[in-house]
Each structure stands twice: as structure tokens, then as C-alpha cells.
Design a protein around this ligand. Structure first.
Ligand code: SAM
Length: 268
């Protein structure tokens, strides 16, 4: 391990605090799901998880792959561990899923692509739980409730596709080698596998949060006709001065449905 130098470009901060590793293991869901890890790194978390579950792990760095292949030679041979050398985002692009069956994603993520990874996991209909270490600031966005200043399109999407989303605990930079510049958190999401989001809704949300501190009506005026917007506000009893972070996920969805309904009517 000592010969491996952490690579900044791959977001490598290795978790070295045993008590944190154990707390992550304690948070693993007690179910029949497979476990997927993104970025096994030097394999510390992988080793603990293998005591309880079979694991599929995606690692981009070929130097680390060599280390992992020798460390886990037995587990790879007995197929408890499948090690895949690739950029995980490419797999999602080409196959839409990281595993052909129900799975839980448990990982200490590379922070430079953490938001993308979580959004892809939310969209992956085989993924049931997401338990990941990320920057605290990003975790807060996914776990935020309406009215909180961190509530953004990420929070709305999470609320509409999950049964539960929360921060389990924070982790200081000193738990890593090398230490990252920011405080980290473990984010826990239990998805609702019956719900998904369409691309049109995502672009509606994007418009809603273009200028997060401005009025929601101003942001949406680029996308929705003023008169229609007024009608929708009235029908849903929404205050005309409301800011984007103050509206609930459910009302965002209801608003969107009214816009779609109106589009359909116009077309017929
Ligand atoms: N799991 C290890 C631990 O807890 O110590 C390492 C975590 S480190 C924060 C992130 C890991 O993700 C590194 O091993 C890095 O090489 C890997 N990684 C970075 N970008 C990746 C990508 N696009 N696809 C797969 N793995 C990636």
C-alpha cells in the first residue's frame, strides 16, 4: 500500500479510520440484495463488506487494480468479488445499470463525480439503497427538505424517488489519507422502486432552480406562459412570491402535471 501514491485526478482519499469503516458496515441493509462498490481503492471497505455480501466493484485506476487483484485473489477466484476495471459512468451510459439484479450501492465515492454518480444510481431501477460517503455540502442537498436553503432540484428528485433520504453521520478530513479539504458525510437513500422521473420533468426542475434566490415564477417564466402559470399557482394555492427552495416536491410534481396536461390539450 505504501508504494501507492494517491491520485488527485481520480479523487483518491483513502478511508483509514477503522471506527468509520465499521459504522458504514453497520449501515449496510440486512437484505438479499447484491452489493456494488464504486472505487474500491485499496480495498479497505471492500474487505469488510465481503464478510457479509458478494461484491461487484468498479475501479478506474489500473495501479489500484493490480493491488486489488493480488489482495483479493481468493475472493475473485471464488466469485465472491467481481472486480471491473472501468470508468463507472461509462457503464451507466452503455448499460443503464451496474448490476443485473437488485443491488445496494455502498461506497466512499470519488468527490469530483459524486453528484453524477448519485443521480445515475437514482435512475438505475436495479439500485435500491444508496449509502455513500460524499462532501457534506452535496449530501445536504440530496437530503434537504423544502424550506431549507439547501433544497434544490437534487432534493426534489430525491424526495420523489425515495422512501427515505438522510445524512447518517459526518466524517472529518482526518479519517482519510490524504485528508480532503472538506468535511464528508454518509448519505443514506432508500429508494422507492415504483417511482421514476422523466427527462421533461428534469428540465422543468432545471428551469425552476436557474436562479435559486429569485422568485420561482420568474424562473419558470422562461418555460411556461404567464397566464398558464398564474392559473396553476391559483389552482394549487401557491403564494406568488414563493422562492424555488420553499415549494414542496409534491407541488413541483403537481405543477408539472398541469403543464403537461395543458400541452396535451393544446395539441388535441
Ligand atoms: N474505497 C476506497 C476507500 O474508501 O479508501 C477509495 C475511495 S476514493 C475516495 C475514490 C475511488 O474511486 C478511488 O479508488 C478512485 O480511483 C476511484 N474512481 C475515481 N473515478 C472513478 C470512476 N470514474 N470510475 C470508477 N472508479 C473511480
Amino acid at each position: 500500500m505504501e508504494n501507492i501514491k494517491a491520485k488527485k485526478k481520480y479523487g483518491q482519499n483513502f478511508l483509514k479510520d477503522d471506527s468509520i469503516l465499521h459504522k458504514i458496515i453497520e449501515a449496510m441493509p440486512n437484505n438479499e440484495n447484491h452489493t456494488v462498490e464504486i472505487g474500491p481503492g485499496l480495498g479497505d471497505l471492500t474487505q469488510h463488506m465481503l464478510k457479509y455480501k458478494d461484491v461487484t466493484a468498479y475501479e478506474i485506476d489500473s495501479d489500484l487494480l493490480t493491488v486489488l487483484q493480488s489482495k483479493f485473489a481468493n475472493e475473485i477466484q471464488s466469485r465472491k468479488l467481481e472486480l471491473i476495471h472501468t470508468d463507472v459512468l461509462q457503464i451507466w451510459k452503455s448499460k443503464n445499470t451496474l448490476y443485473d439484479g437488485k443491488y445496494d450501492l455502498i461506497a466512499n465515492l470519488p468527490y469530483y463525480i459524486a453528484t453524477n454518480i448519485i443521480l445515475s444510481a437514482i435512475e438505475d431501477s436495479n439500485c435500491e439503497h444508496i449509502i455513500v460517503m460524499i462532501q457534506k455540502e452535496v449530501a445536504q442537498k440530496f437530503a434537504a427538505n423544502e424550506g431549507e436553503k439547501e433544497f434544490s432540484s437534487l432534493g426534489v428528485m430525491t424526495k420523489l424517488t425515495s422512501k427515505e433520504a438522510k445524512i447518517l453521520f459526518d466524517v472529518p478530513p482526518t479519517a482519510f489519507e490524504p485528508p480532503p479539504k472538506v468535511t464528508s458525510s454518509i448519505l443514506y437513500i432508500k429508494k422507492d422502486l415504483n417511482n421514476s422521473l422523466d427527462d421533461e420533468f428534469k428540465s422543468f426542475l432545471k428551469a425552476a432552480f436557474t436562479q435559486p434566490r429569485k422568485k420561482l415564477s420568474k424562473n419558470l417564466s422562461s418555460k411556461i406562459d404567464k397566464t398558464l402559470l398564474k392559473e396553476i399557482y391559483l389552482a394549487l394555492n401557491i403564494d406568488e412570491n414563493i422562492r424555488p427552495h420553499e415549494l414542496s416536491a409534491s407541488l413541483y410534481h403537481q405543477m408539472y402535471e398541469k403543464v403537461i396536461l395543458n400541452d396535451k390539450r393544446k395539441r388535441n
